[in-house]
Design a binder for this molecule. Structure first.
Ligand SMILES: Nc1nc2c(c(=O)[nH]1)N[C@H]1C(S)=C(S)[C@@H](COP(=O)(O)OP(=O)(O)OC[C@H]3O[C@@H](n4cnc5c(=O)[nH]c(N)nc54)[C@H](O)[C@@H]3O)O[C@H]1N2
Ligand SMILES: Nc1nc2c(c(=O)[nH]1)N[C@H]1C(S)=C(S)[C@@H](COP(=O)(O)OP(=O)(O)OC[C@H]3O[C@@H](n4cnc5c(=O)[nH]c(N)nc54)[C@H](O)[C@@H]3O)O[C@H]1N2
Ligand code: SF4
Ligand SMILES: [Mo]
Length: 738
């Protein structure tokens, strides 16, 4: 390997900085790890799974290699707690199927050869079919600095136009909803709100499973809060709540309008707030006249007493917070549903105060970083590709020519895949996402992948469903093997450190981007992008004056010292920051947005936005009588299980067979016994499973966990028109014994 790096042609293509980076001990496993497991020091890291962003203390041996970990008691987010995935975070790093060499058409090659194949193939495609014929799809799970490098390299260096992330599958709805309503993608809350509310409403959200440590924060609420869960299923969260509204799938919009109707009738509108800080309330109130609960409750599937109890609690509440996740974001009218939640908070003045807010809970560890700094749906730092002044500003902060920044927006994820089908996209680079498992109606992705002329997958593992379709696999270091920042769900930037060497020739994503920049011939554009922290400093400059301004964050050490810091954080915030030596948890610096009632729209007012509810795109019928729901199965499983599936401990915490939840009435009617073999079928395909006969699911509905590789063969490719987020949560299905 080292010889290959020192060949003359390769030396010409890479700069001295890159060469040094490739030769650094510890990369390529040059720093061999002795079997010394005695911990002698500690480094801190932010967990690399969910967006809670728990702080972990990694215990290192004398060689600086991770031996084990404990949750950080001083971290303001988790205060010494972690869920099973966090405790087991180091295990997947040692998995036998780690990608340890670049693989070209299945054969191990060295990095110079891999880089040559990458550049030659993508350049050839671009010269034949235009620059925009190569695209990238990335993630919410690599560092902020990695994402910024990737998005900038692809768009400013390689001339790509189209690039999106798996955050489209996840957070696009929240982004669209906040942008339209508040003028910027700005989740307003801080985790202290979990503890300060007297009424918490969870809509399409199952934090007991998906965000267990956020749920612990709810459990610490000292105000005996009313906890209301709106979910078709009796989830673990619903069972622990004080109220469960088991609505019919995708009737949230109708329900939220009925709640607004009732609150207006009861005179619960905070007129002073509405008049001073919003626009569109009168039109909204007119619109809402049509949503009398007496008319609509049957369609929602709720009894009047259940509905009334919920509205009573919201009307009585002094500090009402509303939290939503994928049950809302993944739907055919997702953006308007999120905005129906926002509308409720605006009209009752439940925003900007402790314990309030229309709060979207983020999914992946760095989904917020992807939303702001990935250069996909918006230009770095929440800027606009189509705005010349924004392009000038970003170009000057990065010291690059403004005309290297594209002036047009990217296609969304589904449009990129459609573009492949239509022959407009011929080359694809996929980083840290496993679309062949997770994409809606996944067969469309697998078919598209076959049409590509060159497909590159950059992943920790060579065995993922997607990697198996690739022409070239670039072996990536994982969480713990590299350094950079994550932004969690409450807008907190925290540093994650390198605590372990990547195996074989695997490299940090950042280093891979560095190599590609040089090999492609655009390394000079990125000459100051020498380390993650150097990029962090550039991003600070880019963020200046934006709602997500982070100019006051000095550097990584400062973030470490305060348990991370929330955006916005300017120079004046820096002056007000309490010293970390005051003996208290650093959480004293917690802050929420909109305390002054000023929003990021041109007139500083929030908007009421609404649209009539529409029927399910694929309603149950004679042939497919059920609504199929999908989502997270257990707190020990992560998505496509490339990581969590490698832990023997985590595997013990969930069933080793695919279980489909089915109501006892349906089971009796169809003569399906508990744990018997069944086939679940939709118009797109069928999947074998065992029946789990349970009352947690309603009659006429089925639930499958998304972690099983075949579940997305069944889902229906529908998209919210505003966010283009896929509606994974509802399609028509049938079930029969086999
Ligand atoms: N253990 C674990 N934790 C995770 C993840 C993981 O894979 N495993 N993934 C992370 C990521 S990226 C994300 S995005 C989050 C997701 O976190 P959540 O959104 O909380 O998880 P889901 O199970 O996808 O969906 C939540 C609920 O939506 C309900 N639902 C389905 N249809 C509807 C509907 O029409 N209306 C309403 N109101 N509810 C509906 C489902 O029954 C489900 O209980 O979790 C994060 N945390
Ligand atoms: N049916 C159904 N489908 C769904 C959902 C649902 O609710 N129902 N939810 C959707 C949602 S919200 C999400 S977020 C998506 C998630 O879908 P994916 O993003 O496809 O799922 P992951 O398994 O997290 O894939 C991450 C990939 O990155 C790799 N990886 C991990 N760390 C690194 C790293 O540091 N560098 C590199 N290069 N690679 C790395 C992992 O090995 C893995 O292959 O699934 C979506 N799909
Ligand atoms: S709750 Fe999320 S961030 Fe915390 S340990 Fe579990 S997976 Fe990691
Ligand atoms: Mo997600």
């Amino acid at each position: 390997m080292l010889n290959a790096l020192n060949t003359a042609p390769f030396r010409q293509r890479i700069g001295p900085m890159t060469r040094q980076l490739l030769l650094e001990p510890g990369n390529f496993g040059l720093g061999k790890v002795p079997a010394n497991s005695k911990p002698v020091s500690v480094k801190k890291a932010i967990c690399g799974y969910c967006a809670t962003g728990c702080g972990l203390k990694i215990h290192l041996n004398a060689e600086g290699q991770a031996v084990n970990l404990t949750p950080d008691p001083d971290h303001p987010v988790n205060i010494g707690m972690a869920c099973p995935k966090g405790w087991e975070a180091l295990t997947p790093l040692a998995a036998h199927d780690r990608a340890t060499h670049p693989l070209l058409q299945g054969r191990p090659v060295d990095w110079p050869k891999a880089l040559e194949a990458f550049c030659d193939n993508f350049k050839a495609i671009q010269s034949r079919h235009g620059k925009e014929s190569v695209a990238f799809l990335s993630t919410g799970q690599i560092m902020v600095e990695d994402m910024a490098f990737l998005g900038s390299l692809a768009k400013f260096g390689m001339g790509m136009i189209h690039g999106d992330g798996n955050t489209r599958q996840c957070m696009a709805t929240s982004v669209a909803a906040y942008k339209q309503s508040f003028g910027f993608d700005a989740p307003p809350f801080t985790y202290a709100d979990f503890e300060e509310s007297d009424v918490l409403v969870f809509i399409g959200s199952n934090p007991a499973i998906a965000h267990p440590i956020m749920w612990q924060r709810v459990a610490q609420n000292p105000h005996s809060p009313e906890i209301i869960v709106i979910d078709p299923r009796a989830t673990e969260t619903a069972m622990a709540a004080t109220q469960h509204l088991a609505i019919l799938p995708k009737t949230d919009l109708l329900l939220l309008y009925c709640i607004a109707h009732d609150l207006i009738c009861r005179g619960c509108v905070d007129s002073a707030f509405v008049e001073a800080h919003t626009t569109g309330f009168n039109e909204f109130a007119d619109f809402i006249q049509d949503y009398d609960p007496r008319v609509h409750l049957p369609a929602i599937g709720l009894r009047r007493v259940v509905f009334d109890r919920c509205v009573d609690a919201i009307a009585r509440g002094k500090r009402v917070s509303m939290w939503w996740t994928m049950g809302v974001n993944q739907g055919h009218q997702a953006t308007r549903t999120a905005q129906a939640i926002i509308n409720l908070c605006l009209m009752t003045g439940n925003i900007g105060r402790p314990g309030t807010g229309p709060n979207s809970i983020t999914g992946q560890c760095n989904a917020m970083g992807s939303r702001l700094f990935s250069n996909t749906t918006n230009l770095l730092g929440g800027h606009d590709f189509t705005n010349a002044a924004h392009r000038e500003k970003v170009a000057s902060a990065l010291d690059i020519p403004a005309d290297s920044i594209p002036s047009q927006n990217s296609w969304a994820y589904d449009q990129i895949i459609e573009g492949i089908h239509q022959g407009k996209i011929k080359g694809l680079w996929m980083i840290a996402t496993n679309a062949a498992h997770s994409w809606i109606h996944q067969d469309t992705f697998a078919e598209a992948a076959k049409k590509l002329e060159f497909f590159v997958v950059q992943d920790m593992y060579a065995t993922t469903e997607t990697a198996r379709l690739a022409n070239l696999i670039l072996p990536a270091a994982g969480w713990g093997e590299k350094e950079g920042t994550f932004i969690n769900a409450e807008r907190r930037l925290g540093v994650s450190r390198k605590v372990s060497s990547a195996p074989g020739q695997a490299l940090a994503d950042f280093s891979i981007f560095r190599l590609i920049a040089d090999a492609w011939g655009c390394g000079n554009l990125f000459r100051s992008w020498t380390s993650p922290e150097a990029v962090f400093r550039l991003l600070k400059k880019v963020s200046a004056g934006q709602p997500c301004d982070i100019t006051g964050m000095v550097g990584y050490e400062m973030l470490d010292g305060h348990g991370g810091l929330q955006w916005p954080f300017t120079g004046s915030d820096l002056l007000e920051l309490p010293a970390k030596s005051d003996g208290q948890l650093p959480s004293r610096s917690e802050r929420r947005l909109f305390a002054d009632g000023k929003f990021f729209t041109p007139d500083q007012r929030a908007r009421f936005l609404f649209e009539p509810p529409q029927n399910l795109p694929e309603a149950p019928d004679e042939a497919f009588q059920f609504v199929l729901l999908t989502g997270r199965g257990s707190s020990a499983q992560w998505h496509t299980e490339t990581r969590t599936g490698k832990s023997a401990i985590l595997r013990k915490l969930y069933p080793d067979i695919l279980l489909v939840e089915l109501h006892p009435e349906d089971a009796a009617r169809l003569r399906i016994a508990d744990y018997s073999q069944v086939s679940v079928e939709t118009r797109r395909g069928n999947v074998r499973a065992r029946a789990r006969v349970t009352t947690t699911i309603q009659p006429g509905q089925l639930f499958l966990p998304m972690h099983h590789p075949e579940v997305n063969r069944l889902t229906l490719a529908v998209f919210d028109p505003h966010s283009r987020q896929p509606g994974y949560k509802a399609c028509a299905a049938t079930i029969r014994p086999t």
